[in-house]
Design a protein around this ligand. Structure first.
Ligand SMILES: Nc1ncnc2c1ncn2[C@@H]1O[C@H](COP(=O)(O)OP(=O)(O)O)[C@@H](O)[C@H]1O
Ligand SMILES: Nc1ccn([C@@H]2O[C@H](COP(=O)(O)O)[C@@H](O)[C@H]2O)c(=O)n1
Length: 211
């Protein structure tokens, strides 16, 4: 596989929590195995909260645009676009902050940018070639989130319900759902939508082959 000389292709994949963004991104990644491709998750760019107490960290509204360090994410993306490696942050949900380690990440021809609020920032939108909104019913999303957060993010059922009612749902309605209008493609049902995943992978392969 030879590397392209052109600017990398950036695909933005957004949608509410539990909609299937990670599943869709991983499916596109797998379909394009053999190509030069990487995934950059917005979650790893949550603000660094190492200096805050655990109680204060738990009280943060993680579904508000100000919870993210978009400046760093944009600067990392620009570095990748300039063909430079980045020190990608690592996020630890169980500690509610970034880990002290970073992962040295080389630039790739295809960059999938995935996260709940990536289309809310015009600077991020302007970097994307294809913008995808994964659209899944709210009831399915909360069911999936409960299962996942109890298993993978060390959360209790009660804490998930409290957070959902207090911030996750209202912020989705206020900040995330309205970004659907910026999407080029709306994918119902997320990872189960193999037709949409095939179409997206074919489109990206097509762009790569034309260069
Ligand atoms: N179509 C599906 N059917 C059942 N479970 C799913 C489906 N898609 C995703 N999941 C599960 O739901 C959870 C959330 O999916 P994920 O892709 O991580 O969503 P997001 O990244 O949007 O939060 C994960 O545990 C995942 O395995
Ligand atoms: N410390 C944190 C950080 C984020 N969250 C929640 O994660 C959601 C976004 O990630 P998805 O994979 O579900 O899209 C977001 O809704 C935050 O509420 C958290 O609970 N704790």
């Amino acid at each position: 596989m030879s590397k392209r000389t052109k600017r990398p292709i950036i695909i933005g994949v957004t949608g509410g929590t539990g909609s299937g963004k990670t599943t869709v991104s991983n499916a596109i990644y797998s379909q394009l195995a053999g190509e030069s491709i990487m995934i950059l998750q917005q979650d790893t760019y949550y603000n660094d909260q190492a200096d805050m107490s655990m109680d204060d960290r738990k009280a943060v509204n993680y579904d508000h645009p100000l919870a993210f360090d978009n400046d760093r994410m944009i600067s990392d993306l620009e570095q990748l676009l300039n063909n430079e490696a980045i020190d990608m942050p690592v996020y630890d949900y169980t500690k509610f902050t970034r880990s002290s380690e970073t992962i040295k990440t080389e630039p790739q021809d295809v960059i999938i940018v995935e996260g709940i609020l990536i289309l809310g920032d015009e600077r991020l939108r302007n970097l994307m070639d294809i913008k995808v909104f994964v659209d899944t019913d709210d009831d399915l999303r909360i069911i999936r989130r409960i299962t996942r957060d109890m298993k993978e993010r060390d959360r209790s059922l009660q804490s998930i319900i409290n957070q959902y009612v207090k911030t996750v749902k209202p912020m989705y309605n206020q900040f995330i759902e309205p970004t659907k209008r910026y999407a080029d493609i709306i994918v119902p049902e997320g990872g189960a939508n193999t037709v949409a995943i095939d179409l997206l992978s074919t489109k990206v392969r097509d762009i790569l082959q034309k260069d």
